[in-house]
Design a binder for this molecule. Structure first.
Ligand code: NAD
Ligand code: ZN
Length: 359
């Protein structure tokens, strides 16, 4: 499966398939990386153990291959690791003709992408996603690291040369990570593809259904929605905000509970249920026939707010979201499936809805 991702500034291919990484040297040649080019693979400890030697031996014949390993998990998106990557790139003698391979989930993709965006004012990189969530993070060119004062606060827009998505790597993905990525698949269906949503409802009722061909299809459809939105609005001045569906409450939950307590996808799933709940009240529509809470529950997503959370603090966090304008929360809502609209809501409304939602 090959698709083209188009942004205002660049066009690049996405190769998707089980075992596609076996063709990695050939694909890199097609992208214009000549024999002998220096390749720096940035990956995390989990993937190092599982797949790194396989990847290196595949590339070694054609390229000068170097590796840099970061710890697994969100905390690795730090300035310290960013700096260590730059040091490695310099020590290995990378230059403007070299290429970074981001081999991992969203953490590796965001960090390695930001390293590539800034090393010698920007060099090429290729995304090799290994999680389901990375169907979202590997497309669109947003790369970043975290600051103690805020997630993704230091970053850039830097599009990769290609995304090479081998779904074979996803076989080792733990269930909680598969579920986390599946939340973004559902998000893409709800905001941008009514027919894909119907397909999901018919074919996917448990996480085990997200396998083989269904997994590929979910990735492909999810990427199509994301790519379409990014094409229209690369730098997030308009419709790209639609991708934040479920994220206003989702980010607040992650931050309130402490990152890693709830996966990003679990937080977004609950955030989507809340956004739908609000949509019903703002637009006087009903999504009751969709039975979304019970569908979400069958995957193991949380469907109610954790009791210990203070609604006032959640609202403060939602206001602190970097997408909030002039102190008012902008929520991404659904008029109907596939039709998104952004609305400004007041603190009082949010408190009332959250109280009602948590009953
Ligand atoms: P992740 O990269 O931390 O991966 C999750 C866990 O799974 C890690 O422990 C990792 O080691 C492990 N893992 C990865 N691939 C595996 C495999 N094939 N087999 C076994 N284990 C594997 O997290 P993620 O959920 O992929 O990404 C989350 C990050 O993505 C966040 O930092 C978020 O900010 C970012 N993100 C970025 C964008 C964007 O547009 N740039 C969009 C969405 C999310
Ligand atoms: Zn997300």
């Amino acid at each position: 499966e090959q698709m083209t991702i188009q942004t205002a500034t660049k066009q690049y291919p996405l190769f998707l398939g089980e075992g596609i990484s076996e063709r990695l040297p050939e694909l890199l040649h097609t992208l214009g990386f000549a024999r002998g080019t220096k390749v720096l693979i940035i990956t995390d400890e989990t993937l190092e153990t599982l797949y790194l030697s396989e990847l290196v031996s595949r590339l070694r014949h054609d390229y000068r291959v170097y590796t840099h390993i970061i710890p697994s998990g969100e905390a690795a998106k730090s300035f310290e690791n960013y700096y260590a990557c730059q040091t490695a790139a310099l020590a290995y003698g990378l230059d403007r003709t070299s290429v970074v391979l981001a081999f991992g989930g969203g953490v590796v993709g965001d960090l390695a992408g930001f390293v590539a965006a800034t090393f010698m004012r920007g060099i090429a990189y290729v995304q090799l996603p290994t999680t389901l969530l990375a169907h979202d993070s590997a497309v669109g060119g947003k790369v970043a690291i975290n600051h103690p004062l805020g997630k993704n606060m230091i970053g850039a827009f830097h599009q990769p040369e290609a995304v090479i998505y081998d779904t074979r790597f996803l076989q080792s993905l733990p269930e909680r990570e598969l579920r986390s990525g599946f939340a973004e698949v559902v998000k893409h269906a709800l905001i941008g593809d009514h027919r894909f949503y119907e397909w999901l409802r018919q074919h996917v009722s448990r996480l085990e259904d997200v396998n083989g061909e269904a997994l590929q299809y979910c990735i492909q459809k999810g990427i199509e929605v994301k790519a379409r939105i990014v094409r229209e609005d690369e730098k997030e001045t308009g419709v790209r905000a639609h991708l934040n569906f479920g994220h206003t409450l989702g980010h607040a939950l992650e931050s309130e509970l402490g990152y890693g307590t709830m996966t990003h996808g679990d937080a977004v799933a609950l955030g989507m249920l809340f956004a739908i709940f609000v949509s019903e009240r703002v637009y006087h529509v009903s999504f009751a026939d969709e039975r979304l809470p019970s569908w979400f529950q069958s995957f193991g997503f949380p469907v109610a707010l954790p009791n210990e959370l203070s609604i006032e603090r959640l609202v403060q966090k939602m206001k602190g979201d970097k997408k909030a304008q002039a102190g008012n929360v902008r929520m991404v809502l659904l008029r109907e499936i596939g039709h998104v609209q952004v609305e400004t809501v007041t603190d009082e409304q949010l408190v009332a809805w959250l109280e009602e939602f948590s009953r």
